[in-house]
Design a protein around this ligand. Structure first.
Ligand SMILES: CCCCCCCCCCCC(=O)SCCNC(=O)CCNC(=O)[C@H](O)C(C)(C)COP(=O)(O)OP(=O)(O)OC[C@H]1O[C@@H](n2cnc3c(N)ncnc32)[C@H](O)[C@@H]1OP(=O)(O)O
Length: 224
């Protein structure tokens, strides 16, 4: 398989200026999503708001990128992570999480999930728990500078994860050739709510490219 990314040589100042424009917009859309599931206004206000949103859509639709954000950028992660549904600065679906990691293969994040992420009443949707665990596992594995993809992810939902302030922690347990075994858990106010085990695999296509010397400086952008 060909290397799937389009080169992005945008300068750092331009990238920062672009982020300054998009970040507040994305935050506003995220609030809009929250209002969509929580507002209690009457039908006339809903219809008026719909017209406002449709006007914004017409404005935004005047130009479209030719690739997804994920396919853009070979230098570090750059714009590539901007569309990510967990951490993306241009994705209002993302809570968003800020994930810290260290080279020993650990990653963690303190974050907040509001009603847009609800599954069972007052609790986080299990698929959202899985989404967040998968992402933070990816950071733990990526922090060890390995371009790997989730092969198997097993989650035990110990108890409901309450909406609100939460923490997720992930860690690499061991490496066996192309397999990286990792673990993670989500912590609520009363302790772990979900515990995960994962096997990440360095994909065949990256094994080939790494042996050609491609990708060593670009490992963070091969994931997800
Ligand atoms: C800086 C921070 C940035 C951080 C940015 C972080 C972003 C993270 C985002 C989260 C990560 C994701 O969601 S990634 C997206 C979700 N995952 C995917 O879409 C992966 C889809 N699956 C695949 O592409 C493929 O099946 C792979 C890559 C998993 C494996 O294919 P392959 O590379 O051809 O593997 P292959 O040679 O056949 O097998 C190699 C060895 O692995 C084993 N193996 C193969 N598949 C699996 C599997 N699914 N689970 C377990 N083990 C497996 C085989 O038995 C074999 O073991 P042996 O015989 O040698 O013992």
């Amino acid at each position: 398989m060909a290397w799937p990314y389009v080169a992005d040589d945008t300068s750092d100042p331009l990238l920062a200026a672009d982020a300054e424009v998009w970040q507040p917009f994305t935050d506003a859309v995220r609030e809009l999503v929250d209002a969509c599931v929580q507002s209690d206004v009457d039908a006339d206000d809903v219809r008026a708001a719909q017209a406002d949103v449709e006007a914004a859509l017409a404005r935004l639709g005047k130009a479209r990128l030719s690739t997804t954000l994920g396919q853009s950028g070979t230098v570090g992660s750059r714009r590539r992570a901007w569309g990510n549904p967990v951490i993306g600065v241009r994705n209002p679906i993302a809570p968003p999480l800020h994930v810290d990691s260290d080279p020993a293969g650990r990653a963690w994040s303190d974050f907040h999930l509001g009603p847009a992420y609800e599954g069972p009443p007052g609790l986080v949707h299990g698929g959202v728990v899985s989404l967040i665990i998968d992402q933070v596992l990816g950071h733990a594995v990526g922090a060890g500078r390995q371009p790997a993809m989730t092969g198997t992810l097993t989650i035990r939902y110990e108890r409901g994860t309450p909406l609100g302030d939460l923490r997720v922690e992930a860690w690499v347990e061991r490496r066996e050739g192309v397999k990286i075994h990792a673990g993670a858990h989500v912590l609520g106010p009363d302790g772990p709510t979900a515990v995960a085990e994962a096997v990440f695999i360095v994909p065949r296509r990256f094994r080939d490219q790494l042996s050609d010397g491609i990708g060593a400086a670009d490992q963070g952008s091969t994931q997800g």
